[in-house]
Design a protein around this ligand. Structure first.
Ligand code: ADP
Ligand code: MG
Length: 231
């Protein structure tokens, strides 16, 4: 096994029908177990880059390798399964299913990821363990996710990303809606869980103050050529 979890090489992308924005990443490498903070102003293509890494969009040219596999060579369905196996995703708005219980939200990725499922002997017990580890009270696992506070929802989003130990966690501005204390608590939880399993973490933010917590800080304008032609 190599020491690299993620590699983009000469990857370019334009949103279909949008001539004004273009992204080109000559090279981006994240090592196994490494935590990386990706900084960049709004509209610089951070979320677009994360979508390329997750394989929800494909580069027009270049390669995106996750855990040794070039995801641009996978068919759509295989790419969806591969993402579910390899990547835990924490979305900006958490994207929980509001009418499903907390436990069902946390266990959801396992439905699409048999290898990840195999690492979990008892999914419900593991969901409960993660809730406890993340400071959520026991009874919360049977609550509907839509009834939770924002602070609780973010913990559930972390648990859903971590269950079954995917080797890579991707987080898109997960702390942007939180005050400073909640941000610190969020990162404490995330780092405690990723450190335990040599999980790699790529987190996007526009807040440079978070940088000291990470192994490495990179800026969009340093790793990418960003085209933003005037209309
Ligand atoms: P950031 O996350 O750094 O704020 P984004 O990747 O969201 O930046 O956006 C970069 C550019 O891509 C913007 O011009 C934005 O309008 C465009 N863009 C983002 N998502 C889409 C989409 N789904 N369809 C079309 N254009 C998009
Ligand atoms: Mg964004």
């Amino acid at each position: 096994m190599t020491g690299v979890i993620l590699r983009l090489s000469d990857a370019s992308y334009r949103w279909p029908g949008r001539a004004t924005f273009s992204l080109f990443v000559p090279e981006l490498i994240v090592s196994k177990g490494e935590s990386v903070l990706l900084l960049g102003e709004s509209g610089s293509g951070k979320s677009t880059l994360l979508s390329l890494i997750c394989g929800t969009i494909l580069p027009d040219q270049g390669i995106v390798t996750v855990a040794g596999a070039d995801i641009t060579r996978l068919s759509g369905g295989a790419r969806d399964r591969f993402r579910a196996e390899q990547i835990g995703v924490i979305f900006q708005q958490f994207n929980l299913l509001p009418f499903a219980t907390v436990a069902d939200n946390i266990m959801l990725p396992l439905q699409f990821a048999p290898e990840r499922r195999k690492r979990v002997a008892d999914a419900a017990a593991e969901a409960a363990r993660l809730c406890t580890a993340l400071g959520l009270p026991d009874h919360v696992s049977r609550t509907k996710a839509g009834a939770l506070s924002v602070g609780q929802q973010q913990r559930v989003a972390v648990a859903r990303a971590l269950i079954g130990q995917p080797p890579l966690i991707i987080a898109d501005e997960p702390t942007s809606a939180l005050d400073a204390n909640s941000q610190t608590a969020f990162l404490d939880l995330l780092f405690a869980q990723t450190a335990a399993h040599e999980t790699s973490l790529l987190m996007v933010s526009h807040d440079p103050r978070l940088g000291e917590r990470f192994d490495r800080v990179i800026r969009m304008e340093h790793i990418a050529q960003i085209g933003r032609a005037a209309k």
